[in-house]
Design a protein around this ligand. Structure first.
Ligand code: PLP
Length: 526
């Protein structure tokens, strides 16, 4: 039987068939053209790796099905222009991993009994048996996994740099990158071997002290560094708290409308989510107690309700703490963007009113610094911190030590307080630009609710459907989120839009409002 021949082609060598039989589009008998083993002399991978990957890919994509005979190592080496040793090593690796099997005296074949951990078949539309993929044969996800995988994501993002009205992203154009680089470099230069080892799972001590100091000064509560757990963003904190405090099937109150990230964390813990309405005073505690008085946990954003923006009244805060005390329930206070206030005094956090040790405070550096930093923190009541730390070890041991150290320096050297002051002024300008532009271009259709805190505004929409408007807006390169995206019961949603104003400059917001007016018109006409 003839062997495949080498075939030079634009610097790529491929194995050409001289003897092929095909069945169902896949190659049987000799390894054939469809292998397309690409050997590039200037590739990042070694020749052996390239050969290994080429054959493996042919098997994974179904181009070479079980039972296909491979040429000898010598013939392959000749065909591909590599040394015999290279070819032997590549084939040995494939055999060791179970892709190939040798039959004494007959040669090397694609194994009949292929490994179970097959990756999917990207882009080829054929399975490893050469057939087109049928119904999924994978084992199912867990019930929690399935709920998580289908949970709505909230705001949609267009590719590329921030667009007008993006929510969740701060003014990254004003972040002092050069200063951050200096702090990181300084820490990296002075790193010792000991600092390369596993660190404290509660987070770097210096950072926990800096966080405790800042929160006490800025958020009106008492806490010590021993209560702080540094986490990989608020999201990891929410996930950790829900997993540690809820058993599957237990009920948890969630603001309606509310933050999709918290909803996912609750789903991930197997909680039964009870949506509790939000009105002008924030979460309606009475309604929650009537619907699910036995709930184990409450998630809320009392300083700046997400997404409606209302602060929770003192009356409701006290009612919630009273209820949690009698129901033996935990409270998660997500204080995600309360550092930014416009013309009002700071509203102290709920944690500061909690005498019963029920409130777990969640903070994030995603809004105050930048989201890619992936650092946030929890402040846990006495007695809970060590248990949360035990649970966080399971996730990631601790966040990267270098970033934690640079952040501690950023806070302790006074840069954090300065950055917050500067950003408050910038966001005030951006908010004013948004309000003026909405009034000017969309005044008849959009009414902005007053904004006193945070980085987004809520606008009530008249005469057009918010979902249609957001679709039309996306066509015009804008990111406008309908309020429905935040409701579990979408039919109850107010017809309105959430408009971020932090991520882009005032002139971009003004031009965006002009285009938004066009989107509203188009949605009305449709
Ligand atoms: C309500 C709420 N909580 C928390 C966060 C911050 O999450 P993370 O620290 O995981 O970026 C956000 C970010 O958009 C948010 O909107």
């Amino acid at each position: 039987m003839a062997l495949p021949l080498a075939n030079r082609y634009d610097g790529i060598r491929r194995i050409a068939p001289t003897d092929i039989t095909t069945r169902g589009g896949a190659v049987h008998g000799h390894l054939a053209t469809s292998l397309l083993i690409r050997i590039r002399s200037r590739a990042h991978a070694t020749l052996q790796q390239q050969m290994y990957r080429g054959i493996r890919r042919a098997i994974l994509t179904g181009a070479a099905v079980p039972g296909t005979r491979l040429p000898s190592s010598r013939a392959l080496a000749d065909d591909l222009g590599v040394s015999r040793t290279t070819a032997v090593l590549a084939l040995e690796q494939l055999a060791a991993e179970g892709y190939l099997a040798s039959r004494r005296g007959a040669g090397t074949f694609v194994a009949d009994d292929l490994p179970d951990d097959f990756p999917s078949v990207p882009g080829r539309g054929r399975t490893r048996t050469g057939r087109h993929p049928g119904p999924p044969t994978q084992p199912p996800l867990s019930r929690r996994g399935a709920a998580l995988a289908t949970a709505p994501e909230g705001a949609e993002r267009l590719a590329g740099p921030p667009r007008a009205f993006r929510i969740g992203t701060p003014g990254l154009d004003l972040f002092p990158i050069a200063l951050w680089q200096r702090l990181i470099t300084r820490r990296l230069r002075s790193a010792t071997a000991a600092q390369l080892d596993y660190g404290d799972p509660a987070g770097l001590r210096a950072l926990r002290e800096a966080i405790a100091g800042h929160v006490q000064m800025a958020r009106g509560t008492q806490c010590s560094a021993d209560q702080v757990v540094v986490v990989g963003g608020a999201q990891q904190g929410l996930d950790l708290i829900c997993r540690m405090l809820l058993d599957p099937g237990e009920r948890a109150w969630m603001e309606e409308p509310g933050y999709p990230g918290a909803r996912s964390a609750l789903l991930g813990a197997g909680a039964r989510i009870v949506p509790v309405r939000v009105d002008a005073e924030g979460l309606d505690v009475g309604a929650g107690a009537r619907r699910a008085g036995d709930a184990r946990l409450v998630y809320l954003t009392p300083s700046h309700q997400y997404p409606l923006g209302v602060p929770m009244s003192l009356r409701r805060r006290l009612a919630l703490l009273r209820w949690a005390g009698s129901a033996r329930a935990w409270i998660i206070e997500d204080d995600y963007d309360s550092e930014f206030r416009y013309g009002t005094r700071p509203i102290p956090c709920l944690h500061g009113l909690d005498a019963g040790g029920r409130v777990i405070y969640v903070g994030s550096f995603s809004k105050t610094l930048f989201p890619a930093l992936r650092l946030g923190f929890l402040i846990a009541p006495a007695g809970l911190q060590e248990r949360l730390v035990a649970g966080r070890r399971v996730a990631d041991q601790h966040p990267p030590a270098l970033d934690q150290a640079a952040l501690a320096d950023f806070i302790l050297d006074g840069h954090f307080a300065r950055h917050l002051r500067r950003m408050r002024t910038a966001y005030r300008e951006r908010l004013d630009a948004l309000a003026a532009a909405v009034e000017r271009y969309c005044g008849d259709a959009l009414r902005l609710r007053p904004v006193r805190t945070g980085l987004h505004a809520v606008a009530e929409l008249a005469g057009a459907d918010a979902v249609k408007v957001s679709r039309e807006a996306a066509r015009r390169g804008l990111e406008v989120t309908p309020l429905t995206a935040y409701y579990a019961q979408r039919a109850r949603a107010v017809n309105g839009l959430v408009l971020g104003f932090a991520a882009v400059r005032p002139d971009v917001l003004a031009r965006g409002a002009e285009r938004l007016a066009g989107a509203i018109d188009a949605a009305r006409r449709s």
